[in-house]
Write a protein that binds this ligand. Structure first.
Ligand SMILES: Cc1ncc(COP(=O)(O)O)c(C=O)c1O
Length: 423
């Protein structure tokens, strides 16, 4: 994997050769920095790996992971599909001109209006999450004379802990097929499953594909419907974010090998036409190309915590640091000072005890005014940021020509208040 974070002259920290301190002075902090080259490489590597094993592969980038339009546009330019779960995400895909035939509409709750919007647009696939959703699609198709390509999300909760509320059981999947087969405007397209996020072994994917193939055979036997898409969702892990002491996490190469060989073997035993394999990666594509620059605003020593380093960004913009304490974001100070390394707690600016983004870190001595660079901050940060206490920060990109450009302005007080009335 290419690394954008290096030490340059005087061991000062640089991202793609750009001095971190200068970036922070010019653009302010907190600041997200996107490395465009790295983002493109990540996407292409992921896609090419799977295609080398299974040419009928489609990679649909998961918008929720980070729907910064700049990022969605880069993925579109590389030929990526869009996996969206709401009208908001659908409209971002439209804004960056993703072809509607490259949009997959997922999500546990799609409203009537959202379904109507997606059907009017003619998205390639709507993966239904319940029979009630399918019934809405049927109503819309009748009322407006619209067609829909429908996939069915399977509930995969028995493959492991975590994802219980999503998808349907086998019996409902079969009922869905019966409804689809009776509707002249709907076409059955395939089966979807998503196992969760940061999946650290290949086993659940193997089980999921076998399960999808067995259900697709039953669907074929009962309703004579062919499965055109086997969609295994996202969940591919970022090895650098896993807790220290975890077992070796397979590389993406291994996931590609296991997923594609399971699919190939599975379909070889049946007489169904090879389906498209759909992957919906989020974290694996956007985590590593994005860094977060934070400024140290104060330091102090308290009774129970020892030295605390307070920065200007916390769990408002790095929410997973709190949701999943095991996420050990790598935090690197811009300067290395001589002297003994110190054990510190790194805290954000929120009035919440939980607002800690680095616990028990041992770092070279840190002073007020230093810049800390948090690595792997592309996934579930910009799209999951809160407007709690602080406005959301600016985002810059280092483009392919090595120029730095602002791709999202920082929010102003006026931006935050512009929807409010009656005061
Ligand atoms: C349906 C679906 N697909 C893809 C993803 C992306 O997951 P990840 O970022 O772990 O790859 C998610 C994330 O929750 C999801 O719900």
């Amino acid at each position: 994997m290419i690394s954008c974070l290096t030490r340059g002259k005087n061991r000062l920290l640089e991202i793609e050769g750009k001095n971190v301190l200068q970036l922070s002075k010019k653009f302010g902090t907190p600041l997200f920095v996107v490395c465009e080259k790295h983002l493109r490489e990540n996407y292409k590597k992921f896609r090419d790996l799977f295609i080398s094993h299974y040419p009928k592969t489609i990679v649909a980038y998961s918008y929720k992971t980070n729907y910064l339009p700049f990022i969605c546009n880069v993925i579109k330019e590389e030929g990526g599909w869009a996996e969206v779960v709401s009208s908001l995400e659908l409209n971002i895909a439209k804004k960056v001109h993703v072809d509607s035939k490259k949009i997959i509409f997922n999500g546990p709750v799609k409203t009537y209006q959202e379904l109507l919007e997606a059907m009017k647009l003619g998205v390639r696939l709507i993966n239904v999450d319940s029979l009630s959703e399918l019934k809405k699609i049927i109503l819309i198709s009748k009322k407006y004379g619209l067609t829909a390509n429908v996939g069915i999300r399977l509930n995969t909760s028995f493959f492991g802990p975590g994802y219980n509320k999503f998808g349907v059981n086998e019996d409902d999947a079969l009922k869905a097929c019966e409804l689809i087969s009776k509707s002249k405007n709907l076409k059955y397209e395939g089966l979807h499953g998503h196992l969760g996020s940061q999946i650290t072994t290949t086993k659940p994917y193997k089980k999921l594909i076998k399960y999808q193939i067995s259900i697709s055979e039953e669907i074929y036997r009962k309703y004579n419907l062919s499965t055109n898409f086997i969609d295994v969702g996202g969940g591919f892990p970022v090895r650098e974010l896993s807790p220290s002491g975890t077992k070796k996490i397979p590389k993406i190469e291994e996931f590609a090998e296991v997923i594609c060989s399971t699919l190939k073997k599975g379909i070889a035993k049946t007489d169904v036409k090879p389906p498209f394999l759909v992957l919906e990666p989020g974290r694996a594509i956007v985590s590593s190309p994005i860094f977060l620059l934070l400024k140290v605003i104060a330091t102090k020593i308290t009774r129970n915590m020892g030295k605390i380093v307070f920065t200007d960004g916390g769990i408002n913009i790095l929410p997973l640091a709190e949701y999943f304490r095991y996420f050990k974001y790598e935090i690197t100070p811009n300067v290395i000072r001589g002297g003994k390394r110190e054990r510190v707690q790194i805290a954000g600016p929120l009035c919440m005890e939980e607002d800690l983004i680095g616990i028990d870190r041992t770092l070279s001595p840190i002073k007020e005014g230093d810049i800390l660079v948090v690595s792997n901050t592309g996934a579930y940060t910009i799209s999951l940021s809160l407007q709690f206490i602080k406005p959301r920060p600016r985002v810059v990109a280092i483009d392919q020509e090595n120029n730095v450009k602002v791709v999202r302005e920082s929010e102003s007080v006026e931006d935050i208040l512009k929807l409010d009335k009656g005061y």
